[in-house]
Every structure is written in structure tokens, then in C-alpha cells.
Design a protein around this ligand. Structure first.
Ligand SMILES: NC(=O)CC[C@H](N)C(=O)O
Length: 370
């Protein structure tokens, strides 16, 4: 579809561009990501549910859309804002253009917007509610702004249940099976069970609503808490499951939303960052080893605390083991009395660097009793 399209921010800022992908209307939280590559993985990451993603990279769509890189069964972003879409995508794996795929899946986008100006606004004023509008009969600008201001905030949003699987499924280990893991699906990305499988780990992915008995059915060697959308302060059920797993001493590993859930089970608070961390080159210091990894990230909330510190929890001493040197946000926790750890970033990458892939080996070592 072609024609004029508007990006309307909650603070009243309006940017005019052209329709990109499907036309129509969509509402969500406007956030920016600085990843120069990996838009297919970003758009299909369930953690972006109800978010309108603004790409800071000015030229998007160069490698088209392929049949291999989806991180879930569909595009999850509420909308997509880009500066300059590729006119001639080119890649040996490409099956169609990004524009065609957005249209096929009914995802509303806007192109031709000064995404640097939008990013500066979001960086200064914080992530905010927004709407994309195109086509006929969408009303006046005042009505559009009202629709944006009437839409729900991300703070207080309980969204994991909306993207979780409804029935359990198993992703087998590649080669010989060394361990079995129950993964609580809060919005899991496909590359996580794949990374586990490569290490001889079979993953049973279970719905976010599972009871503790359903989660631990078959007596898994470990439990995994996935990434996912929404405000971690609402995830009470997942926090209760995590506490029960820690009490039983089953090895546990969490990523992103999973880090926030483990943190909450350890008594830590969560808070909303002004504009979040979204990109594929974000540094993280591991305070146990002193090493720095360049990581893939996508989070708008974080655990309260100071990286490097130790705190007491209902499950023993906890090391706030990882932090982001850009702003001193906690990026991981390590339990010292129970076999559990988690990180706020994405060792499964997709998109992003592979610096942190060894965390899956650390999980395997934990299950092996080392
Ligand atoms: N990728 C994720 O798991 C995001 C976690 C959470 N929804 C946040 O924005 O902080």
C-alpha cells in the first residue's frame, strides 16, 4: 500500500511519512533499536509485542525476508518506523521484500520519517505511547492523539500469556541427549532451544500458565525462564514458579524477562528504564571475571540494584554479577546458595554477536553438577 502515513507520539509530536507495509492504524509503545542488521529477527521476537519499533539504522530491508530467520511464527511488533526502505533487496536467501512481508502479515509501518529526530525525542523524554495512522477515515490529528493517549501503558502490562504457547512441545537434542530442560515460555525465541539442542539438551517448552507439576513433569535436569514482553512486575505466577523451582534445587537459567523473574523471586525490585536497551552492540561487564562482552539486548525494564554488589535473598546470597557500563544497570544475577543464574541480555543472539554463547555451556555445567 502507498500513501501518506503519520507517526503520532503521546507528547503531541507528529511525523509525516509514507505507508510502509500494511496501511491502517496501530497503537503501541514507541521504542528505538540501534541494530544495524537483523530486522527479521527483531520483528519476529515476541518480546516486542505491543511495541512500535523505530530503527535508528537509516536503510532497512536490504537483505529482504527469508524462510529461515524468524524467531517465532509471526511478526510481533505493533508497528515499524524506518527512514529509507531498500528499493531492491538482494540476498541469496531472500524470498520476498520486507515491505511485502509486512503487508502479508498486516503490520502497519511508516517510512520516510526522520528516525534520528524520533530517537532523540525518545531518548530525552523516554519511551512513550504512539500510533501509526494511514489510509482513509482515520479522523483528525486531535482524534489520533486522543487514541494514543487512551491506549494502555507498558507499565503494568501483563503480556507474556498473549504470546506463550498454549500446549507444551519438545525440541529434541541434536545428537546424543545429555540433559532435559523445561522452558517456561514467556515469549521464547526459536534460537534458544536451538542453542540448547546444539549442547545435547532437549527442551520441553511449556505454557506460561503451567502449574509447578506441569513445569517439572518428567523430572527435567534444569528449568529455563525465557525472554518475553510486558512489565515484569505483573509476572506473579512466573515468580511463584521460580521460587518453587529454587526451593527444589533444580538448576535454573533465565534470559531477559527471565532475569527479571529470577530477580523478583530473590526479592529484588524492578523498574522501567527511560528508553531501554535495544541493540546488538551493548557492553556488559561480568563482575566475577572482569571480562566485557558485547551483547544483544532488548529490554525496557531492569532489576534494581548496583552491579557487583552482593545481597541477601530468601534463597541465600546473591551476586549482582553483571552490569552495563553505559548506565550501571544490572545485567545479570548469580545465586551463591542455589544453582541459578540469569542475564538481562541475549546469549542466543539472533540478531547479534555471539560473545555470550558460553552461558548455555555454563547452564549445562550447572546441570552436570559442576
Ligand atoms: N526481551 C525481553 O525479555 C524483555 C523483558 C521485558 N519485557 C522488558 O522490556 O524489560
Amino acid at each position: 500500500m502507498t500513501g501518506e502515513a503519520l507517526l503520532v507520539l503521546e507528547d503531541g509530536t507528529i511525523h509525516r511519512g509514507e505507508t510502509f507495509g500494511a496501511g491502517g492504524r496501530t497503537l503501541g509503545e514507541a521504542v528505538f533499536t540501534t541494530g544495524m542488521t537483523g530486522y527479521q529477527e527483531t520483528l519476529t521476537d515476541p518480546s516486542y509485542h505491543r511495541q512500535i519499533v523505530v530503527a535508528t539504522a537509516p536503510h532497512i530491508g536490504n537483505t529482504g525476508w527469508n524462510d529461515e530467520d524468524d524467531e517465532s511464527s509471526r511478526i510481533h511488533v505493533a508497528g515499524y518506523v524506518v527512514r529509507d526502505p531498500a528499493r531492491a533487496p538482494s540476498n541469496w536467501r531472500s524470498r520476498r521484500s520486507l515491505t511485502e512481508e509486512l503487508e502479508r502479515q498486516g503490520i502497519v509501518g511508516v517510512a520516510g520519517v526522520d528516525t534520528r529526530a524520533v530517537t532523540r525525542r525518545l531518548r530525552e523524554s523516554g519511551a512513550m505511547r504512539a500510533g501509526l495512522f494511514s489510509g482513509d477515515g482515520l479522523g483528525t490529528e486531535r482524534e489520533m492523539l486522543e487514541a494514543v493517549r487512551d491506549s494502555p501503558e507498558m507499565t503494568g502490562a501483563d503480556l507474556a500469556g498473549q504470546v506463550s504457547t498454549t500446549a507444551p512441545y519438545v525440541v529434541p537434542a541434536a545428537g546424543e541427549r545429555r540433559f532435559s530442560v523445561a522452558a517456561l515460555d514467556l515469549g521464547i525465541k526459536s534460537n534458544t532451544p536451538r542453542m540448547l539442542a546444539e549442547r545435547g539438551i532437549e527442551t520441553r517448552v511449556v505454557p506460561s500458565s503451567a502449574s509447578i507439576d506441569e513445569l517439572l513433569e518428567g523430572d527435567p535436569d534444569g528449568v529455563f525462564l525465557s525472554n518475553g514482553p510486558g512489565d515484569p512486575a505483573t509476572a506473579d505466577h512466573a515468580v511463584a514458579l521460580t521460587s518453587a523451582v529454587l526451593e527444589r534445587g533444580v538448576p535454573l537459567f533465565g534470559i531477559c524477562f527471565g532475569n527479571q523473574i529470577l530477580g523478583r523471586a530473590l526479592g529484588l525490585g524492578t523498574f522501567k528504564l527511560r528508553y531501554g536497551h535495544r541493540g546488538i552492540n551493548i557492553p556488559v561487564i561480568d563482575h566475577t571475571t572482569g571480562t566485557v562482552a558485547i551483547t544483544s539486548q532488548n529490554h525496557g525494564f531492569a532489576l534494581a540494584g548496583t552491579p557487583g554488589e552482593h545481597v541477601d535473598s530468601p534463597h541465600g546470597r546473591v551476586h549482582l554479577s553483571h552490569g552495563c557500563p553505559n548506565d550501571d544497570v544490572v545485567e545479570g544475577v548469580t545465586c551463591l546458595s542455589v544453582p541459578a543464574f540469569s542475564v538481562q541480555y541475549h546469549p542466543e543472539a539472533a540478531a547479534g554477536p555471539h560473545d555470550a554463547a558460553d552461558l548455555f555451556d555454563r547452564f549445562a555445567a550447572l546441570m552436570g553438577g559442576r
